[in-house]
Design a protein around this ligand. Structure first.
Ligand SMILES: NC(=O)C1=CN([C@@H]2O[C@H](COP(=O)(O)OP(=O)(O)OC[C@H]3O[C@@H](n4cnc5c(N)ncnc54)[C@H](OP(=O)(O)O)[C@@H]3O)[C@@H](O)[C@H]2O)C=CC1
Ligand SMILES: Cc1cn([C@H]2C[C@H](O)[C@@H](COP(=O)(O)OP(=O)(O)O[C@H]3O[C@@H](C)C(=O)[C@@H](O)[C@H]3O)O2)c(=O)[nH]c1=O
Ligand SMILES: [Mg+2]
Length: 290
């Protein structure tokens, strides 16, 4: 099976390059080979490679910057996945696409299920929701995997920010009124590979099975915490030598351009009952830092 993988220098994309090995021939695309801001380049790349499966973790992920560049965020997150899906439809290919907890406004009490109504509170969330809708509209066999609070040891993420700030500061002030699940990028890539394997036969993807399983799945670590709880747990880890005080603050005390949902907890029961188990967020964090 031929797999077109986007965003290979990103957190999830980089891990997917490793996790998907053995499932097919991977055609790894970075920004230079396929620029999602240039829809013609997206079209050309899919036509040239003619994959059986497109795996698309590439995205515009700078949540605050997106407020100033809504058109660019919408092209990369909303329109480019639609072009990929349209091209996939022409050649009978399938697609695994990633989305976010930020498609919800965070006002629900309790964890969000896949059929809860999205209502994004910021530009990034709106652009990601548009991407989901474009993939669904194409009618191809697809999985839309919504995850949350992704971290790892490379790229830009909250873990690396806190690790750096711990070296520099005596006090970290972190919001304690936003709830969600920090998710290690390797958890996502391994669960994706497991899922693709479950939907494949010796000869490659089982398109009928994938069509029957198509839809949105929540795929995040189990359990929940706040950014404050996440920061506390990072700072307490044995590999973090300097231990600043971590002080809980309110969202109002940490003003940012983009609104964040107060509750981004995702119920992952659909994914775990269909495909595979997912680790507790704190266990995965331990593994990552160890
Ligand atoms: N990070 C998070 O906390 C969360 C992420 N997600 C979703 O998961 C997916 C993967 O996220 P993550 O791995 O963290 O993201 P990263 O920001 O780590 O990586 C995104 C990748 O997309 C690439 N990219 C951005 N713009 C373009 C473009 N115009 N053309 C081609 N490539 C581009 C980047 O390329 P380059 O390296 O050149 O910049 C980068 O490699 C995304 O769909 C995201 O929305 C969902 C929930 C949480
Ligand atoms: C660095 C820092 C952040 N914060 C707060 C700000 C914010 O509310 C929260 C998280 O900050 P970040 O900017 O790292 O997180 P953010 O960019 O909002 O992360 C989001 O990224 C996108 C791509 C997603 O899809 C989401 O799932 C989510 O992971 O922590 C503090 O309170 N104190 C601090 O010192
Ligand atoms: Mg960020």
């Amino acid at each position: 099976m031929k797999i077109l993988l986007t965003g290979v220098n990103g957190q999830i994309g980089h891990e997917l390059l490793r996790s998907l090995q053995g499932l097919g021939d991977i055609h790894a695309m970075d920004r230079a080979r396929m620029d999602l801001a240039d829809l013609d380049s997206v079209r050309r790349a899919v036509r040239e490679i003619r994959p059986d499966l497109i795996v698309n973790p590439a995205a515009y992920t700078a949540v605050d910057q997106a407020e100033r560049e809504p058109d660019l965020a919408m092209r990369i997150n909303g329109e480019a996945p639609g072009v990929m899906a349209e091209e996939a439809a022409r050649i009978g290919a399938a697609m695994v696409h990633y989305s976010t907890d930020y498609v919800f406004d965070g006002t629900k009490q309790g964890a969000y299920a896949e059929d809860d109504l999205p209502a994004p509170a910021n530009v990034y969330g709106r652009s990601k929701l548009a991407g989901e809708q474009a993939v669904v509209a194409s009618g191809i066999p697809h999985l839309i995997l919504r995850t949350s609070w992704v971290y790892g040891l490379r790229g830009r993420n909250f873990l690396l920010t806190i690790r750096r700030l711990a070296q520099e500061k005596d006090e970290l002030r972190i919001v304690s009124d936003q709830v969600g699940a920090p998710t290690w990028c390797r958890t996502i890539s391994d669960a994706t590979a497991h899922t693709v394997a479950r939907l494949s036969q010796v000869r490659g993807l089982d398109l009928d099975l994938l069509r029957a399983r198509s839809g949105v799945y929540h795929l995040a670590a189990q359990g929940q915490t706040t950014w404050y709880g996440f920061a506390q747990t990072i700072v307490a880890h044995k590999t973090i030598l300097r231990k600043p005080v971590v002080t809980p603050i309110g969202t109002a005390d940490y003003p940012l351009p983009a609104r964040r949902p107060a509750n981004s907890s995702l119920s992952c029961a659909k994914f775990t009952s269909t495909f595979c188990a997912l680790p507790q967020w704190s266990d995965a964090l331990d593994l990552c830092l160890d």
